[in-house]
Design a protein around this ligand. Structure first.
Ligand SMILES: [Zn+2]
Length: 477
């Protein structure tokens, strides 16, 4: 029986309830759930008589809305396990081409379970491979099945590009073999994007918790024709997710022009769009994003690790842009949404426009809901919202409950996780742990089998890094 997902109501008794990022904490509160949706929030004593005792669950600590990771690549293992060290974004992306390909189901299952363990119940991810159509669709189906096993709700944006992502377009072949990076084999041309999307989606009937969207991955990695093809998908009601101006060099990457201008003329810059990073947006562009109703996803840890810079998030908020947080699969050991909130605070401080703990908590909850097309349904514990909530162990101390969670909590403090009233984590243990552990073991066996070959590939790439850095100095805004 999955508690609360069926017809019988479920009553959650919360020692402390923080119903949303701006809420006053309530002591001994009750949350009544039916059909996966919150029906009432009231003092526990007012609700206790409505539900049989065997349908009441007591949650210690502080209960708050579950988190939304609004930008992910569903990478199960940290890249350090592949021997990929941090570098500036453009060098790092080239290093990724030397990594070992992992089973998409196992990778996504581990990633999803690790996210659930840090209180994330909804993830927005980009699925991006250069595989031919059949293999591409099979990869998407494997990821969707893993997400469903882990119980995560997902916005899965299908990445489709048609320009070089690894070397600046104007760079000549820089070393033997570099032309393969400059023009990687692609399974499908822009005219085929809508068809590939339709055939991939056709195999997913009956999936309600995973929705497919589209992703140019980054505007400068697409031709105008590719963006136009994606626009036709969006006209059919899909959401769009992208990387946007993550590094300064992306301004001048493509002969097609400036990434923001490309997005704008493609018609993709609207309320269906959420864009990750946005570190190098100008003030005028931030205002344009706000006017169009597009959302930005702040990836503070990722931006630091890849040397992308400190995004001016205070300016985004002040301009009226909806802001979410994204972990970007950039964890060092395991993803931690609390650490990410603190990284967002630290970034804002460094950028000279501080944020408050409650503002970053809002980004991790309601901001994420809006950036993934779930405004009014996720991000709060309130009637009409899905019952996605977490219980975080209390630490002794004084002061505002929200402040303490943002400043002090860690991943291991997440005791219970519910999504649409269904329990994903109970007393710190993920309910799909056995399957996840087996998947992790298989992933590590794949890595071990390819260790020597991978090391050789990465060494060959690193021999060209100086040349690559030299090429990049010519690609600056
Ligand atoms: Zn990313």
């Amino acid at each position: 029986m999955t508690a609360g997902s069926g017809a019988r109501p479920l009553l959650l008794r919360c020692r402390t309830l923080l119903a949303h990022a701006d809420a006053v904490p309530l002591e001994d509160a009750g949350v009544l759930v039916a059909d996966g949706t919150v029906v009432r929030v009231a003092p526990f004593a007012d609700l206790a008589g409505d539900v049989p005792a065997d349908r009441t669950v007591t949650l210690d600590g502080t209960v708050l809305p579950a988190f939304i990771d609004a930008h992910s690549h569903l990478r199960g293992l940290p890249l350090a396990e592949q021997g990929v060290a941090d570098a500036c974004l453009e060098v790092w992306v080239v290093r990724l081409t030397g990594t070992t390909a992992l089973d998409p189901h196992d990778d996504a299952l581990v990633a999803a379970a690790e996210l659930a363990a840090t209180g994330v119940t909804t993830v927005q991810a980009i699925h991006h491979t250069f595989a031919p159509p059949d293999e591409y669709a099979a990869g998407v189906h494997a990821v969707v099945s893993a997400l469903e096993k882990a119980g995560l709700r997902a916005e899965l944006a299908l990445g489709l590009t048609d320009q070089s992502e690894f070397l600046p377009e104007r760079a000549p072949a820089a070393w033997p073999g570099a032309e393969r990076l400059a023009a990687p084999e692609r399974g499908v041309a822009p005219a085929g994007f809508p068809g590939l999307f339709a055939s991939t989606a056709a195999g997913l009937h009956g999936t309600r918790r995973v929705r497919l969207g589209v992703a140019p991955v980054a505007p400068q990695w697409c031709s105008d024709a590719a963006l136009a093809a994606l626009r036709r998908c969006v006209a059919g009601g899909l959401r769009v997710h992208t990387h946007l101006l993550e590094s300064r060099r992306q301004r001048a990457w493509s002969a097609e022009g400036d990434p923001m201008k490309m997005l704008d003329r493609s018609g993709l810059l609207g309320p269906e769009l959420s864009a990750a990073h946005g570190v190098w947006l100008t003030e005028a562009e931030i205002r344009l994003l706000a006017r169009r109703g597009a959302a930005l996803v702040h990836c503070a840890t990722s931006n630091r690790r890849l040397g992308s810079g400190d995004a001016p998030v205070r300016a985004w908020v002040d301009a009226g842009v909806n802001v979410a947080l994204g972990l970007d699969s950039q964890h060092e050991s395991a993803p931690d949404m609390f650490a990410e909130m603190r990284a967002a605070l630290a970034t804002a401080e460094r950028a000279g426009g501080p944020l408050t703990p409650r503002e970053v908590l809002r980004m991790a909850t309601e901001g994420g809901a809006a950036a993934t097309g779930h405004a009014g349904r996720l991000g709060r514990i309130a009637p009409g919202h899905r019952a996605d909530l977490i219980a975080v162990a209390s630490r002794p101390g004084r002061g505002d409950v929200a402040d303490r969670i943002v400043y002090e909590a860690v991943r291991a403090d997440v005791a219970d996780v519910f999504s649409a009233g269904r329990r994903l984590v109970e007393s710190g243990v993920a309910l799909c742990r056995t399957e996840t552990d087996a998947a992790r073991t298989r992933l590590r066996a794949t890595l071990a089998a390819d260790q020597a070959a991978r090391a050789a590939r990465l060494a060959a790439l690193s021999a060209h890094e100086e040349r690559l850095r030299g090429l990049l100095t010519g690609v600056e805004a």
